[in-house]
Design a protein around this ligand. Structure first.
Ligand code: ASP
Length: 598
């Protein structure tokens, strides 16, 4: 090695030791007689001292050093003179008195400072990602990602899972996105598709007798740039034979509890992980990926308001709709402007409007509430008793604010779900150190696609319906429940999976419902249907979004912060400048010609 120690590992115990270090100039300070260089490598930073009385030549070389020069320095570790210690630096008690030095490679002035304090525009960071990754925060993110993956591999290995690599050049797999296509040179006019996930391959591995499979798998989905998605991303993909839902969910619970306890002991995990039904999640939180770090659950007020004089609410209920609400603790004193903001939010989400009821401006017991304290445009239509009943139902007290929406039930749930999230955020109710994992189950198997005028899978076509619901596939497909489960954490969906169909007959039936003709089925999925005729064991699995999981553990806001070389929101790689044009020759070899854009 060109060095004997890492910068960051040196401490008082090394005093008197001769070391050779190599790294980047993080900062250079010229104090006239002495030059100080903060030297940075992958493990941290240490202070080098260049004293002309120790070596005139070294001092002269140091004079020419600039940020990001790569240097190698030999010297002796010494205690810093009393009073000059830096308690903020892990190596702040010591410094290295340099005896010999060499510049290994100079550097142009970098486009931004390589430190964590300076905010740098993201496109510039992505353009010079190799410099951005030198920053401590990014290095820690890469390290955390490595540790998470290593933990997962060790955990699953100890439970007799084997990691199997599956092809990247394959055929379209339906996960609901557009495929990335790769033209074939050897087969003119034909294309491979990059896998949207290894779904079919892992199922074929079950038929092949790999009873416990996993893979840290790259997936590719060509989606329009949506919030924080990447065209390629990484899944922990997992599949097991002879299992039911709880076998998979328990395994995940055990994996995540032990991973959090090992890698992030400073964070708290709520255990056991709750299992919610899709219907309950929608009804209580207005979303299938609720943030369970705080309450503010949505409650139905229809029966109470049906008795009131408020015609808006009464007619909503009479018309088959619902009136539901949440409460905002301590927000009884919200100003007109604050209330207007909330109203705007719900209008933007397609609700008819928001009815707010303030339960007074200061905290207190609900029993002390008087009708004079109640403030609302609809106040005159409610009796004090009705207001108290609503408050009680929602869990509110004096000084709180009730937020109520009326209308068609799905819309009401969705809007209140967003409002709940917004209030949780405004009131800082979600503890950033708490990880509230949960499983959501009992999704409908199918959803009606208005545009296409046909049924579509809620998850994907390989999910099996509940046994007792199978007859409903012919009579009432909307009532069929799928054996699908989602894994959620703090308002994010971090994974999803299901128990699968394992007979060709049922698989054909589901494909038929989804609108495939027998011929189309055979062309696209013939390999699966055939494999299911050779003794396919019952099986099920799940895939987790690894990027998002590492993002949450790292406390980052986007998955780009935990991917070494991510793409921008518009799917470009700014370091490589990809995608890019190719030559005529390359196109010709692939039997392609470019069309003029219409
Ligand atoms: N392949 C599915 C997905 O990527 C997950 C699964 O069902 O295992 O969403």
């Amino acid at each position: 090695m060109l060095k004997s120690h890492s910068c960051g590992e040196l401490n008082k115990e090394h005093v008197g030791v001769r070391v050779t270090l190599a790294g980047w100039v993080d900062r250079r300070r010229d104090h006239g007689a002495l030059i100080f260089i903060d030297l940075r490598d992958g493990k941290g930073i240490v202070q080098l001292v260049f004293n002309p009385e120790v070596s005139g030549q070294c001092h002269q070389i140091a004079d020419g050093m600039r940020n990001e020069y790569v240097i190698r320095a030999g010297g002796e570790v010494a205690l810093r003179p009393p009073g000059t210690e830096n308690p903020k630096m892990p190596t702040g008690d010591i410094e290295v008195i340099v005896h010999d030095v060499e510049i290994l490679n100079p550097s142009k002035t970098p486009p931004f400072y390589i430190n964590d304090e300076t905010e740098v525009e993201e496109n510039l960071r992505l353009r010079y990602r190799y410099l951005d990754l030198r920053r401590r925060r990014m290095r820690e993110n890469l390290l955390l990602r490595h540790r998470v993956i290593k933990f997962i591999r060790d955990f699953l290995d100890a439970r007799e899972f084997i990691e199997v690599e599956t092809p990247i050049l394959i055929k379209s797999t339906p996960e609901g996105a557009r495929d990335y296509l790769v033209p074939s040179r050897l087969h003119p006019g034909k294309f491979y598709a990059l896998p949207q996930s290894p779904q079919q391959l892992k199922q074929l591995l079950m038929v092949a007798g790999v009873e416990k499979y996993f893979q840290i798998a790259r997936c590719f989905r060509d989606e329009d740039s949506r919030a924080d998605r990447q065209p390629e991303f990484t899944q922990l993909d997992l599949e097991m034979s002879y299992v039911e839902e709880e076998d998979i969910l328990n395994l995940l619970e055990e994996l995540f509890v032990s991973m959090m306890e090992t890698l992030k002991p400073e964070l708290r995990v709520t255990k056991p992980f709750p299992r919610l039904s899709y219907a309950d999640a929608m009804a209580c939180y207005g979303t299938d990926k609720p943030d369970l770090r705080f309450g503010l659950e949505i409650r139905d007020l229809s029966d109470i308001v049906a008795q009131s004089e408020f015609s808006v609410f009464r007619s909503a209920v009479a018309g088959g709709g619902e009136v539901k609400g949440i409460y905002a603790p301590g927000c009884g004193n919200y100003t007109r402007r604050q209330l207007d903001e909330l109203n705007k939010l719900v209008l933007g989400l397609g609700a008819g409007g928001l009815v707010t009821i303030s339960l007074g401006t200061s905290a207190g017991n609900l029993s002390d509430l008087t009708i004079e304290m109640v403030k609302s445009v609809a106040a005159k239509y409610f009796t004090l008793d009705q207001v108290k009943q609503m408050a009680q139902r929602l869990g509110a007290n004096m000084g709180d604010l009730l937020l109520i929406i009326a209308g068609e039930s799905k819309r009401v749930d969705m809007v209140l779900g967003e409002l709940r999230q917004e209030m949780g955020h405004r009131l800082n109710l979600a503890d950033p150190n708490l990880f509230a994992f949960a499983f959501v189950q009992n999704f409908p198997l199918l959803r009606w696609d208005e545009e296409e005028g046909r049924w579509d899978s809620e998850h994907h076509p390989f999910t099996t319906p509940w046994g007792e619901d199978i007859p409903l596939l012919d009579t009432a497909p909307e009532k069929v429940r799928g054996r699908h489960y989602d894994f959620v954490c703090n308002g994010y969906e971090i994974g999803g999976g299901s128990i699968r169909i394992h007979t060709a007959e049922l698989q054909r039936k589901v494909f038929r419902l989804l609108g495939y003709s027998d011929e189309e089925m055979d062309i696209r999925f013939g390999h699966m249907l055939e494999a299911f005729e050779y003794g396919a064991p019952p099986h099920g699995g799940i895939a987790l979004g690894l990027d998002r999981i590492v993002m949450l553990l790292a406390g980052e806001e986007t998955i780009r912060e935990v991917i070494a070389f991510p793409k921008t929101q518009s799917a470009t790689d700014l370091t490589f400048n990809a995608p890019s044009t190719v030559t005529e020759k390359q196109l010709a070899e692939l039997h392609l010609s470019l069309r003029e854009e219409e």
